[in-house]
Design a protein around this ligand. Sequence first.
Ligand code: GLA
Length: 387
Amino acid sequence: MSRSARDLFHEHYGGAPEFIVRAPGRVNIIGEHTDYNQGFVLPMAISAATYLAVGPRSDERIDAVAADLGRQGAITLTDFDWDLSEPWLDYITGVAKELSAMNCPLSGANVVITSTLPIAAGLSSSASLEMAALKMFEAMSGFSLEDDEAAHLGQRVENEFIGVNSGIMDQYVIRTAREGHALFLDCRGLEIEHVPVTFQEAMFVVTHTGVERGLADSGYNERVADCGDASEHLARALGRERPSSLREFTVAELDEVRETMRDQLYRRARHVLTENVRTIEACKAMKKGNAETLGALMNASHASLRDDYEVTGPALDAMTEIARTLPGCYGSRMTGAGFGGCAVSLTAKDGAQEFAESLMKAYKERTGNEGVTLLSDPAGGVSAVPC
Ligand code: GLA
């Protein structure tokens, strides 16, 4: 794909780009809707990625072509407004705006964007574009942010410029992932551990339901607000100081005050608190190469997201239900924000291709939707390679 970004650059601008940025997408193995509650997550980067072919300009303008969308647009690096007709540009504008506020030097460029990541599929195509844009500005102007700073910058773009109150997981893993590893991240203090993915006989298979969703118009922000309400309620009921997140409470404490809570709020909190426990257990299972235990935790995570958090929906439920009935499957769950998008299954390496094919066929028969399969080993984080 990087060749084609390079070729397209030549076609649009004449000459060769100076460098190619590659920013992966990510799949979250477990730890869903926990990051904005300062909890634990366990994502890995995947081989599907966003590519930017970049050639510097001498003025303060970014001229960009979104090749897959057949769109073109421009940004002036002194004016950081939304572009209502080219919303994909907002991710680059948002990054430039944040860098400008940090007094980082910005220079203009001609850019061609291509991607092998399905959009609105829960594989972080937007965080991937943000981290790619950041890497581009760093490479052009010769500065480099710390990983924490870079991930926070991407999160601010989402929260303040795009209007999605998302957490830090996606940007963090896209920035820091190591090939062959998942990333265990404590979203409270941002302590990280690169965990080798070394199952002898199992691998992850990602399958897209074909049902798209957009975070800004989904129930995502509602869930974030519910969690804030739940932690306020818990603090009041337990006679505590004002909490900063659900992370400060245990499942036992939640159950102690259950009678005082609205059932829906109780279930939202129960998902987050039990998911934190599952994620720690999943990380231990990964380290031991114990696919049975990890698979069981993935199934339990899906059930919790379906029944307590209510973010799965018929397509994801069908996809994961079918996956669990197929030979070789250890476990299956939705991944990302939910409301459509992708599932991730842990299945026997031997026969993974057959697993994916049978799953797509049975899923189509049951739902009428055309699914898509992505097989990927854990990939490395964002990089810029000179041409
Ligand atoms: C989206 C957000 C992440 C995270 C997940 C759910 O991908 O961008 O920050 O909250 O949903 O786990």
